[in-house]
Write a protein that binds this ligand. Structure first.
Ligand SMILES: *Cc1c(COP(=O)(O)O)cnc(C)c1O
Length: 360
């Protein structure tokens, strides 16, 4: 029996894609081997990787002057790879700090010798909101502006794209990529670990504008050098083959459902149902500002925090797993990525209603 898995990542994946992978697992394309066992240099896998890249381009409407890279080391690896690829030691960069993932990216940029200026920091609200769009003052001499469109732990999502003028915008899309349409041309660099909304862990996707390539610091490890990876079709070394294959299946699933506009409609409806229920309740609450609430990660508290462990355990017993909040914030968190059906959100709401009736 499949559960409704509310994990923040690795997260629930669409059963349709998993079922295709299962049916092909022991004999992929008549090869007598699984996709896990074939050479990444063989024609079948090279075609598979090219197809996944094309699907990514189609689904996200990636312009021709952007490279799509399949990398390893997770989004965390990019926290260091971005400074190595885009800057020299001592360069000025701007960061927006909306929570724990922003903070990790800032720490890495400092460790790579950058002159980091944090142009907005939401500490005053306890990282429960985003800065006003017109409050951002970009330093025109900055090599880039970095922000986190969706903070997975705090459940804080930008309702707008920061306008950085000529300064390249760099965005950690790990927990919101493919959840709604975006205009790739607004960004210099987009990166995302796959394990939230795109597939299994071990694969990280970067979408980089051509003019940002070729500036890597001397000594940058080749596998993290975007220009070298682009020139080698992301196969400088053995890529995470199963991840690339499964991403392709998931992108087909997204396309079959109507692409990102349809995903956005599904995700908006799920989020509205859950926030609407929480807001109408006097027992549950969500701390995030109304215009900054994440469609993907919904943290919530109950009036009696002593019952958090019971809530999480009883929900799991009822087929709704991984509802504990991040260890740093406590409470509960429901991650409702693309693969979470509306029925899963309704089941959670029904459980919350019943739990409050019994304990509230
Ligand atoms: C999960 C996550 C990361 C870390 O991803 P790894 O692939 O584990 O390195 C970074 N940023 C955000 C926004 C995330 O949600």
């Amino acid at each position: 029996m499949r559960v409704y898995n509310f994990s923040a990542g690795p997260a629930m994946l669409p059963i349709e894609a998993l079922t295709v992978a299962q049916s092909e697992l022991t004999d992929w394309k008549g090869s007598g081997m699984s996709v896990l066992e074939v050479s990444h240099r063989g024609k079948d896998f090279v075609a598979c990787a090219a197809e996944t890249e094309q699907l990514m381009r189609d689904v996200l409407s990636v312009p021709d002057n952007y490279k799509v890279l399949f990398l390893q080391g997770g989004a965390s690896g990019q926290f260091d790879a971005i400074p190595l690829n885009l800057t020299a030691v001592g360069d000025r960069v701007n960061f927006i700090n909306t929570g724990q993932w922003s903070a990790k990216a800032i720490k890495a940029a400092k460790a790579q010798g950058l002159d980091v200026s944090v142009i907005a920091d939401q500490a005053a609200s306890g990282y429960t909101d985003t800065p006003a769009a017109d409050s951002l003052v970009i330093d025109p001499s900055a090599a880039y502006v970095h922000y986190t469109p969706n903070e997975t732990i705090g459940g804080v999502e930008f309702g707008y794209v920061p306008n950085t003028g000529e300064v390249p915008l760099v965005a950690d899309f790990s927990s919101t990529i493919l959840s709604r349409p975006i205009n790739v041309a607004d960004y210099g660099l987009i990166y995302a670990g796959a394990q939230k909304n795109m597939g299994p862990s071990g694969l990280c996707v970067a979408i980089v504008r051509d003019d940002l390539l070729g500036k890597a610091r001397p000594g940058t490890p080749s596998i993290w050098n975007y220009a070298e990876m682009a020139a080698a079709d992301s196969m400088l070394n053995t890529p995470p083959t199963f991840g690339v294959y499964l991403l392709g299946l998931i992108l087909k699933w997204v396309a079959d459902l109507g692409g990102l506009p349809a995903m956005a409609e599904r995700n908006r409806a799920k989020a509205e149902a859950l926030y609407g229920y929480i807001d109408a309740s006097s027992y549950y609450s969500n701390p995030v500002a109304a215009d900054s609430r994440s469609w993907m990660n919904v943290p919530f508290l109950q009036a009696n925090a002593d019952l958090d462990k019971a809530f999480v355990a009883e929900a799991a017993a009822a087929g709704m797993t991984n509802l504990a909040g991040h260890r740093s914030v406590g409470g509960m968190r429901a991650s409702i990525y693309n693969a979470m059906p509306a029925e899963g959100v309704q089941a959670l709401i029904d459980f919350m209603t019943d739990f409050e009736r019994r304990n509230g």
